[in-house]
Design a protein around this ligand. Structure first.
Ligand code: GLY
Ligand code: MN
Ligand code: MN
Length: 462
Protein backbone atom coordinates (compact mmCIF):
# COMPACT_ATOMS: atom_id res chain seq x y z
CA UNK A 1 0.00 0.00 0.00
CA UNK A 2 1.47 3.42 -0.86
CA UNK A 3 2.28 5.48 2.22
CA UNK A 4 -0.06 8.31 1.31
CA UNK A 5 -3.11 6.09 1.76
CA UNK A 6 -2.57 6.37 5.52
CA UNK A 7 -2.54 10.15 5.61
CA UNK A 8 -5.55 11.98 6.98
CA UNK A 9 -8.19 12.75 4.42
CA UNK A 10 -10.78 15.40 5.24
CA UNK A 11 -14.35 14.63 4.26
CA UNK A 12 -15.55 17.74 2.46
CA UNK A 13 -18.30 18.85 0.19
CA UNK A 14 -17.06 19.60 -3.27
CA UNK A 15 -17.19 23.23 -4.35
CA UNK A 16 -19.83 22.29 -6.90
CA UNK A 17 -22.12 21.11 -4.11
CA UNK A 18 -21.80 24.35 -2.23
CA UNK A 19 -22.35 26.43 -5.35
CA UNK A 20 -25.75 24.78 -5.69
CA UNK A 21 -26.56 25.45 -2.07
CA UNK A 22 -29.22 28.03 -1.21
CA UNK A 23 -27.47 30.34 1.24
CA UNK A 24 -30.53 32.43 2.15
CA UNK A 25 -31.57 30.31 5.20
CA UNK A 26 -28.09 30.69 6.67
CA UNK A 27 -28.05 34.43 6.08
CA UNK A 28 -31.52 34.70 7.64
CA UNK A 29 -30.36 32.80 10.73
CA UNK A 30 -27.40 35.15 11.17
CA UNK A 31 -29.76 38.13 10.94
CA UNK A 32 -32.10 36.52 13.50
CA UNK A 33 -29.27 35.86 15.94
CA UNK A 34 -27.99 39.44 15.56
CA UNK A 35 -31.52 40.74 16.28
CA UNK A 36 -31.73 38.60 19.41
CA UNK A 37 -28.33 39.88 20.56
CA UNK A 38 -29.43 43.47 19.91
CA UNK A 39 -32.57 42.96 21.99
CA UNK A 40 -30.33 41.74 24.81
CA UNK A 41 -28.01 44.77 24.62
CA UNK A 42 -25.73 43.93 21.68
CA UNK A 43 -22.14 42.73 21.59
CA UNK A 44 -19.99 40.34 19.55
CA UNK A 45 -20.57 36.60 19.08
CA UNK A 46 -17.70 34.17 18.48
CA UNK A 47 -18.81 30.78 17.15
CA UNK A 48 -15.94 28.39 16.25
CA UNK A 49 -16.46 25.22 14.28
CA UNK A 50 -15.42 21.81 15.64
CA UNK A 51 -11.74 20.82 15.79
CA UNK A 52 -10.43 17.88 13.80
CA UNK A 53 -9.81 14.83 16.00
CA UNK A 54 -7.06 12.25 15.69
CA UNK A 55 -8.36 8.69 15.70
CA UNK A 56 -5.00 6.97 15.93
CA UNK A 57 -1.50 8.08 15.00
CA UNK A 58 -1.99 10.25 11.89
CA UNK A 59 -5.49 9.07 10.93
CA UNK A 60 -8.40 11.37 11.78
CA UNK A 61 -12.04 10.71 12.58
CA UNK A 62 -14.23 11.76 9.66
CA UNK A 63 -14.67 15.50 10.02
CA UNK A 64 -18.06 16.93 11.08
CA UNK A 65 -18.52 20.69 11.53
CA UNK A 66 -19.94 22.03 14.79
CA UNK A 67 -23.75 22.07 14.59
CA UNK A 68 -24.16 25.70 15.73
CA UNK A 69 -21.51 26.89 13.29
CA UNK A 70 -22.97 24.84 10.45
CA UNK A 71 -26.48 26.10 11.27
CA UNK A 72 -25.32 29.70 10.84
CA UNK A 73 -22.92 29.31 7.91
CA UNK A 74 -23.40 26.13 5.83
CA UNK A 75 -19.58 26.12 5.71
CA UNK A 76 -18.05 22.70 6.32
CA UNK A 77 -14.29 23.26 6.39
CA UNK A 78 -12.42 22.79 9.68
CA UNK A 79 -10.42 25.63 11.29
CA UNK A 80 -13.13 28.24 10.81
CA UNK A 81 -14.75 30.78 13.13
CA UNK A 82 -17.85 32.93 12.66
CA UNK A 83 -17.89 36.35 14.30
CA UNK A 84 -21.14 38.32 14.43
CA UNK A 85 -21.04 41.96 15.42
CA UNK A 86 -24.50 42.94 16.66
CA UNK A 87 -23.73 46.51 15.82
CA UNK A 88 -24.98 48.74 18.59
CA UNK A 89 -21.71 50.57 18.99
CA UNK A 90 -19.08 51.10 17.66
CA UNK A 91 -19.57 49.12 14.42
CA UNK A 92 -22.48 48.36 12.07
CA UNK A 93 -23.88 44.80 12.20
CA UNK A 94 -21.73 42.39 10.29
CA UNK A 95 -20.90 38.74 9.89
CA UNK A 96 -17.25 37.82 9.44
CA UNK A 97 -15.88 34.40 8.56
CA UNK A 98 -12.36 33.40 9.54
CA UNK A 99 -11.17 30.41 7.51
CA UNK A 100 -8.10 28.71 6.08
CA UNK A 101 -6.32 30.41 3.25
CA UNK A 102 -6.04 28.71 -0.09
CA UNK A 103 -2.96 26.49 -0.20
CA UNK A 104 -2.28 24.56 -3.38
CA UNK A 105 0.20 22.22 -1.71
CA UNK A 106 -2.32 21.21 0.99
CA UNK A 107 -5.14 21.04 -1.55
CA UNK A 108 -3.20 18.43 -3.55
CA UNK A 109 -3.17 16.26 -0.41
CA UNK A 110 -6.42 17.06 1.38
CA UNK A 111 -8.73 18.56 -1.23
CA UNK A 112 -10.30 21.87 -2.12
CA UNK A 113 -10.46 24.77 0.32
CA UNK A 114 -12.29 27.99 -0.39
CA UNK A 115 -9.99 30.61 1.05
CA UNK A 116 -11.52 33.74 2.58
CA UNK A 117 -12.45 35.62 -0.57
CA UNK A 118 -14.29 32.80 -2.33
CA UNK A 119 -15.93 31.74 0.95
CA UNK A 120 -17.20 35.27 1.57
CA UNK A 121 -18.79 35.36 -1.83
CA UNK A 122 -20.15 31.83 -1.91
CA UNK A 123 -21.66 31.91 1.59
CA UNK A 124 -22.71 35.56 1.76
CA UNK A 125 -20.62 36.94 4.64
CA UNK A 126 -19.95 40.67 4.95
CA UNK A 127 -16.22 39.96 5.29
CA UNK A 128 -13.80 37.04 5.48
CA UNK A 129 -10.23 36.84 6.74
CA UNK A 130 -7.54 34.18 7.15
CA UNK A 131 -8.07 32.25 10.37
CA UNK A 132 -4.42 32.90 11.29
CA UNK A 133 -5.41 36.52 11.83
CA UNK A 134 -8.26 35.67 14.20
CA UNK A 135 -6.43 36.21 17.51
CA UNK A 136 -5.20 39.69 16.62
CA UNK A 137 -8.45 40.76 15.00
CA UNK A 138 -10.81 39.51 17.72
CA UNK A 139 -9.06 41.69 20.30
CA UNK A 140 -9.92 44.71 18.10
CA UNK A 141 -13.49 43.57 17.49
CA UNK A 142 -14.18 43.05 21.19
CA UNK A 143 -12.95 46.51 22.24
CA UNK A 144 -15.71 48.74 23.64
CA UNK A 145 -18.39 46.11 23.08
CA UNK A 146 -20.95 45.52 25.84
CA UNK A 147 -20.82 41.70 25.73
CA UNK A 148 -19.01 38.70 24.31
CA UNK A 149 -21.40 35.92 23.24
CA UNK A 150 -19.57 32.61 23.39
CA UNK A 151 -20.10 28.95 24.39
CA UNK A 152 -17.90 29.09 27.49
CA UNK A 153 -17.04 25.63 28.82
CA UNK A 154 -17.64 23.75 25.58
CA UNK A 155 -14.00 23.43 24.52
CA UNK A 156 -11.08 24.05 26.88
CA UNK A 157 -8.72 25.19 24.12
CA UNK A 158 -11.25 27.78 22.94
CA UNK A 159 -11.91 28.94 26.53
CA UNK A 160 -8.19 29.69 26.80
CA UNK A 161 -8.06 31.42 23.44
CA UNK A 162 -11.00 33.64 24.34
CA UNK A 163 -9.53 34.46 27.76
CA UNK A 164 -6.32 35.55 26.04
CA UNK A 165 -8.37 37.75 23.68
CA UNK A 166 -10.27 39.36 26.57
CA UNK A 167 -7.02 39.99 28.41
CA UNK A 168 -5.55 41.56 25.28
CA UNK A 169 -8.46 44.04 25.27
CA UNK A 170 -8.03 44.67 29.00
CA UNK A 171 -4.34 45.35 28.30
CA UNK A 172 -5.40 48.37 26.24
CA UNK A 173 -7.26 50.06 29.10
CA UNK A 174 -4.71 52.87 29.34
CA UNK A 175 -5.37 53.54 25.65
CA UNK A 176 -9.01 54.06 26.64
CA UNK A 177 -10.37 50.67 25.45
CA UNK A 178 -12.89 48.68 27.48
CA UNK A 179 -13.25 44.93 27.48
CA UNK A 180 -16.82 43.53 27.36
CA UNK A 181 -18.37 43.68 30.83
CA UNK A 182 -20.36 40.48 30.23
CA UNK A 183 -19.73 37.06 28.74
CA UNK A 184 -23.05 35.52 27.70
CA UNK A 185 -23.78 31.99 26.48
CA UNK A 186 -24.63 32.30 22.79
CA UNK A 187 -26.09 28.79 22.89
CA UNK A 188 -29.14 30.01 24.83
CA UNK A 189 -30.29 32.11 21.88
CA UNK A 190 -29.22 29.53 19.29
CA UNK A 191 -30.98 26.68 21.11
CA UNK A 192 -34.24 28.65 21.06
CA UNK A 193 -33.81 29.25 17.33
CA UNK A 194 -32.90 25.64 16.54
CA UNK A 195 -35.90 24.30 18.45
CA UNK A 196 -38.26 25.53 15.71
CA UNK A 197 -37.15 24.26 12.32
CA UNK A 198 -37.45 26.46 9.23
CA UNK A 199 -38.72 25.19 5.86
CA UNK A 200 -35.26 24.36 4.54
CA UNK A 201 -34.44 22.34 7.65
CA UNK A 202 -37.70 20.39 7.42
CA UNK A 203 -36.94 19.64 3.77
CA UNK A 204 -33.54 18.17 4.69
CA UNK A 205 -35.02 16.23 7.61
CA UNK A 206 -37.65 14.72 5.31
CA UNK A 207 -34.89 13.56 2.98
CA UNK A 208 -32.82 12.11 5.85
CA UNK A 209 -35.98 10.32 7.03
CA UNK A 210 -36.83 8.98 3.58
CA UNK A 211 -33.36 7.53 3.05
CA UNK A 212 -33.30 6.06 6.55
CA UNK A 213 -36.72 4.44 6.05
CA UNK A 214 -35.43 2.87 2.81
CA UNK A 215 -32.47 1.51 4.77
CA UNK A 216 -34.81 -0.20 7.25
CA UNK A 217 -36.75 -1.78 4.37
CA UNK A 218 -33.47 -3.02 2.91
CA UNK A 219 -32.49 -4.47 6.29
CA UNK A 220 -35.84 -6.29 6.64
CA UNK A 221 -35.48 -7.75 3.16
CA UNK A 222 -31.92 -8.89 3.85
CA UNK A 223 -32.38 -10.43 7.31
CA UNK A 224 -32.33 -14.20 7.65
CA UNK A 225 -31.35 -16.65 10.41
CA UNK A 226 -27.58 -17.27 10.31
CA UNK A 227 -26.63 -13.84 9.00
CA UNK A 228 -24.80 -11.56 11.39
CA UNK A 229 -25.78 -8.27 12.96
CA UNK A 230 -22.83 -6.57 11.22
CA UNK A 231 -24.00 -7.81 7.82
CA UNK A 232 -27.33 -6.08 8.41
CA UNK A 233 -25.45 -2.97 9.59
CA UNK A 234 -23.55 -3.00 6.28
CA UNK A 235 -26.85 -3.02 4.35
CA UNK A 236 -28.02 0.02 6.31
CA UNK A 237 -24.76 1.84 5.65
CA UNK A 238 -24.95 0.98 1.96
CA UNK A 239 -28.39 2.57 1.69
CA UNK A 240 -27.38 5.71 3.65
CA UNK A 241 -24.33 6.36 1.53
CA UNK A 242 -25.78 5.51 -1.84
CA UNK A 243 -28.41 8.21 -1.36
CA UNK A 244 -25.89 10.83 -0.24
CA UNK A 245 -26.04 10.70 3.55
CA UNK A 246 -22.66 11.81 4.92
CA UNK A 247 -22.68 9.20 7.67
CA UNK A 248 -24.98 7.45 10.11
CA UNK A 249 -26.54 10.08 12.40
CA UNK A 250 -25.33 7.98 15.38
CA UNK A 251 -23.79 4.54 15.86
CA UNK A 252 -26.20 1.96 14.46
CA UNK A 253 -27.77 -0.45 16.94
CA UNK A 254 -28.39 -3.85 15.31
CA UNK A 255 -29.47 -6.03 18.20
CA UNK A 256 -30.68 -9.61 17.79
CA UNK A 257 -32.50 -11.50 20.55
CA UNK A 258 -31.39 -10.61 24.09
CA UNK A 259 -29.15 -7.82 22.75
CA UNK A 260 -32.29 -5.75 22.14
CA UNK A 261 -32.61 -5.39 25.92
CA UNK A 262 -29.25 -3.56 26.03
CA UNK A 263 -30.36 -0.03 25.22
CA UNK A 264 -27.06 1.19 23.76
CA UNK A 265 -25.91 -2.11 22.23
CA UNK A 266 -23.43 -1.29 19.45
CA UNK A 267 -21.14 -4.36 19.16
CA UNK A 268 -23.32 -5.69 16.32
CA UNK A 269 -21.18 -8.82 16.09
CA UNK A 270 -23.54 -11.71 16.84
CA UNK A 271 -25.28 -14.21 14.54
CA UNK A 272 -29.04 -13.82 14.11
CA UNK A 273 -31.08 -16.74 15.38
CA UNK A 274 -34.28 -18.29 14.09
CA UNK A 275 -37.10 -17.38 16.46
CA UNK A 276 -35.49 -14.17 17.77
CA UNK A 277 -36.47 -10.57 17.15
CA UNK A 278 -34.06 -8.06 15.64
CA UNK A 279 -34.14 -4.47 16.93
CA UNK A 280 -32.53 -1.92 14.61
CA UNK A 281 -32.08 1.69 15.76
CA UNK A 282 -30.27 3.33 12.86
CA UNK A 283 -30.59 6.34 10.58
CA UNK A 284 -28.56 8.56 8.33
CA UNK A 285 -27.43 12.17 8.50
CA UNK A 286 -28.25 14.08 5.34
CA UNK A 287 -26.70 17.49 4.71
CA UNK A 288 -26.15 17.97 8.44
CA UNK A 289 -29.60 16.75 9.57
CA UNK A 290 -30.27 13.57 11.52
CA UNK A 291 -32.99 11.02 11.29
CA UNK A 292 -33.65 8.51 14.09
CA UNK A 293 -35.64 5.35 13.36
CA UNK A 294 -36.12 2.10 15.26
CA UNK A 295 -37.87 -0.95 13.89
CA UNK A 296 -38.17 -4.37 15.50
CA UNK A 297 -39.00 -7.46 13.46
CA UNK A 298 -38.62 -11.26 13.53
CA UNK A 299 -35.40 -12.70 12.13
CA UNK A 300 -37.40 -15.48 10.39
CA UNK A 301 -40.14 -13.16 9.12
CA UNK A 302 -42.97 -14.32 11.45
CA UNK A 303 -43.76 -12.97 14.93
CA UNK A 304 -44.36 -15.62 17.61
CA UNK A 305 -47.42 -15.19 19.85
CA UNK A 306 -45.51 -13.59 22.75
CA UNK A 307 -43.46 -11.41 20.39
CA UNK A 308 -46.63 -10.21 18.67
CA UNK A 309 -48.25 -9.42 22.05
CA UNK A 310 -45.37 -7.19 23.14
CA UNK A 311 -44.93 -5.68 19.69
CA UNK A 312 -48.61 -4.79 19.34
CA UNK A 313 -48.57 -3.19 22.80
CA UNK A 314 -45.66 -0.94 21.88
CA UNK A 315 -47.24 -0.11 18.51
CA UNK A 316 -50.50 0.97 20.15
CA UNK A 317 -48.56 3.00 22.73
CA UNK A 318 -46.70 4.72 19.89
CA UNK A 319 -49.96 5.52 18.08
CA UNK A 320 -51.33 7.07 21.27
CA UNK A 321 -48.19 9.15 21.71
CA UNK A 322 -48.28 10.36 18.11
CA UNK A 323 -51.97 11.27 18.49
CA UNK A 324 -51.00 13.41 21.49
CA UNK A 325 -48.62 15.61 19.47
CA UNK A 326 -50.16 18.99 18.67
CA UNK A 327 -49.39 22.64 19.30
CA UNK A 328 -49.88 23.87 22.84
CA UNK A 329 -49.46 20.56 24.70
CA UNK A 330 -46.36 20.14 26.87
CA UNK A 331 -43.32 18.16 25.68
CA UNK A 332 -44.22 15.36 28.11
CA UNK A 333 -47.76 14.76 26.74
CA UNK A 334 -46.72 12.07 24.20
CA UNK A 335 -44.71 10.25 26.89
CA UNK A 336 -47.65 10.26 29.27
CA UNK A 337 -49.97 8.97 26.54
CA UNK A 338 -47.57 6.11 25.70
CA UNK A 339 -47.02 5.28 29.35
CA UNK A 340 -50.73 4.86 30.11
CA UNK A 341 -51.02 2.24 27.35
CA UNK A 342 -47.76 0.48 28.24
CA UNK A 343 -48.64 0.20 31.92
CA UNK A 344 -52.06 -1.29 31.20
CA UNK A 345 -50.44 -3.72 28.74
CA UNK A 346 -47.77 -4.79 31.23
CA UNK A 347 -50.55 -5.59 33.70
CA UNK A 348 -52.59 -7.47 31.07
CA UNK A 349 -49.54 -9.55 30.05
CA UNK A 350 -48.83 -10.28 33.75
CA UNK A 351 -45.41 -8.70 33.60
CA UNK A 352 -46.48 -6.56 36.56
CA UNK A 353 -49.09 -6.75 39.26
CA UNK A 354 -51.15 -3.99 40.88
CA UNK A 355 -53.29 -1.29 39.36
CA UNK A 356 -52.37 1.28 36.69
CA UNK A 357 -52.29 3.93 39.42
CA UNK A 358 -50.03 1.91 41.74
CA UNK A 359 -47.65 1.04 38.86
CA UNK A 360 -47.39 4.69 37.82
CA UNK A 361 -46.97 5.78 41.44
CA UNK A 362 -44.23 3.24 42.24
CA UNK A 363 -42.70 3.51 38.75
CA UNK A 364 -42.40 -0.30 38.68
CA UNK A 365 -42.92 -0.07 34.89
CA UNK A 366 -39.33 1.26 34.67
CA UNK A 367 -38.12 -2.32 34.92
CA UNK A 368 -39.44 -2.80 31.36
CA UNK A 369 -39.57 0.78 30.06
CA UNK A 370 -36.75 2.86 31.49
CA UNK A 371 -36.38 5.71 28.97
CA UNK A 372 -38.50 8.63 27.87
CA UNK A 373 -40.65 8.54 24.73
CA UNK A 374 -39.20 11.60 22.99
CA UNK A 375 -36.27 13.92 22.41
CA UNK A 376 -35.81 16.85 20.07
CA UNK A 377 -34.22 15.98 16.74
CA UNK A 378 -32.56 18.15 14.09
CA UNK A 379 -28.91 18.76 13.31
CA UNK A 380 -28.07 16.60 16.31
CA UNK A 381 -29.91 13.37 16.89
CA UNK A 382 -30.53 14.57 20.46
CA UNK A 383 -31.04 18.10 19.27
CA UNK A 384 -30.60 21.48 20.91
CA UNK A 385 -33.53 23.04 22.76
CA UNK A 386 -34.88 23.30 26.30
CA UNK A 387 -37.24 20.60 27.52
CA UNK A 388 -38.60 22.71 30.38
CA UNK A 389 -39.31 26.39 30.51
CA UNK A 390 -39.41 27.41 34.13
CA UNK A 391 -41.97 25.23 35.85
CA UNK A 392 -43.62 23.85 32.71
CA UNK A 393 -42.61 21.39 30.02
CA UNK A 394 -41.89 23.22 26.77
CA UNK A 395 -45.18 23.63 24.88
CA UNK A 396 -45.06 22.07 21.41
CA UNK A 397 -45.31 24.50 18.50
CA UNK A 398 -45.38 24.12 14.70
CA UNK A 399 -41.91 23.40 13.31
CA UNK A 400 -40.61 21.58 16.39
CA UNK A 401 -39.31 18.08 15.60
CA UNK A 402 -39.22 15.20 18.06
CA UNK A 403 -38.98 11.42 18.17
CA UNK A 404 -41.74 9.13 19.39
CA UNK A 405 -40.05 5.96 20.61
CA UNK A 406 -41.80 3.82 23.21
CA UNK A 407 -40.37 0.41 23.99
CA UNK A 408 -40.60 -2.65 26.22
CA UNK A 409 -37.52 -4.63 27.24
CA UNK A 410 -38.00 -7.87 29.14
CA UNK A 411 -34.99 -9.49 30.77
CA UNK A 412 -35.25 -13.06 32.14
CA UNK A 413 -36.50 -13.17 35.75
CA UNK A 414 -38.32 -15.69 37.96
CA UNK A 415 -41.44 -13.54 38.26
CA UNK A 416 -41.76 -12.94 34.49
CA UNK A 417 -43.55 -15.48 32.21
CA UNK A 418 -40.79 -17.32 30.34
CA UNK A 419 -42.41 -16.79 26.92
CA UNK A 420 -41.46 -13.10 27.20
CA UNK A 421 -37.82 -13.54 28.20
CA UNK A 422 -35.33 -11.57 26.07
CA UNK A 423 -38.00 -9.84 24.03
CA UNK A 424 -36.94 -6.25 23.44
CA UNK A 425 -39.10 -4.00 21.27
CA UNK A 426 -38.79 -0.34 20.38
CA UNK A 427 -40.63 1.49 17.60
CA UNK A 428 -39.32 4.95 16.80
CA UNK A 429 -40.48 7.60 14.35
CA UNK A 430 -39.65 11.27 13.87
CA UNK A 431 -42.47 13.80 13.77
CA UNK A 432 -42.68 17.50 12.96
CA UNK A 433 -45.37 19.48 14.77
CA UNK A 434 -47.88 21.08 12.37
CA UNK A 435 -50.72 23.60 12.95
CA UNK A 436 -53.15 20.83 13.84
CA UNK A 437 -51.07 17.80 14.91
CA UNK A 438 -47.94 16.37 13.37
CA UNK A 439 -46.35 14.98 10.21
CA UNK A 440 -44.67 11.59 10.64
CA UNK A 441 -41.64 12.02 8.40
CA UNK A 442 -40.28 8.47 8.87
CA UNK A 443 -43.42 6.56 7.99
CA UNK A 444 -41.82 4.98 4.91
CA UNK A 445 -40.47 2.24 7.20
CA UNK A 446 -43.17 -0.44 7.69
CA UNK A 447 -44.29 -1.06 11.26
CA UNK A 448 -47.59 -2.94 11.42
CA UNK A 449 -47.19 -6.67 11.98
CA UNK A 450 -49.02 -7.36 8.70
CA UNK A 451 -46.83 -4.98 6.68
CA UNK A 452 -43.59 -6.29 8.16
CA UNK A 453 -44.55 -9.95 7.66
CA UNK A 454 -45.68 -9.27 4.10
CA UNK A 455 -42.43 -7.50 3.23
CA UNK A 456 -40.34 -10.28 4.76
CA UNK A 457 -42.38 -12.91 2.96
CA UNK A 458 -41.54 -11.26 -0.39
CA UNK A 459 -37.98 -11.62 0.74
CA UNK A 460 -38.32 -15.38 1.40
CA UNK A 461 -40.09 -16.03 -1.90
CA UNK A 462 -37.44 -14.20 -3.89
N1 GLY B 1 -30.80 6.56 18.47
C1 GLY B 1 -30.73 7.31 19.63
C2 GLY B 1 -32.03 7.49 20.26
O1 GLY B 1 -32.99 6.83 19.90
O2 GLY B 1 -32.21 8.32 21.10
MN1 MN C 1 -34.24 8.55 19.54
MN1 MN D 1 -33.05 5.89 17.98
Amino acid sequence: MPSWVCLPVLAQRTPRYNQRMDISPYRQRRVSLIERMQRAGGGVAVIPTAPERVRNRDAHFPYRADSYFQYLTGFNEPEAVLVLVAGDRPAAPQSILFCREKNLEREIWDGFRYGPEAAREAFGFDAAQPVDEFDARIAELLADQPALWFSLGHDAAWDTRITVALNAVRGQSRAGKHAPAAVRDVRCELDAMRLVKDASEIGLMRRAAEISAAAHIRAMRFTRPGRHEYEVEAELMHEFRRHGCEAPAYTSIVAGGANACVLHYVSNDQPLRDGDLLLIDAAGEFSGYASDITRTFPVNGRFSGAQADVYQLVLVAQAAAIAAVKPGVGFLAPHEAALRILVQGMLDLKLLSGTPESVLESESYKRFYMHRTSHWIGKDVHDAGEYRQGEVWTPLAPGMALTIEPGCYIRPADDVPEAFWNIGVRIEDDVVVTDTGCEIITQGAPKTIADIEALMQENRNA
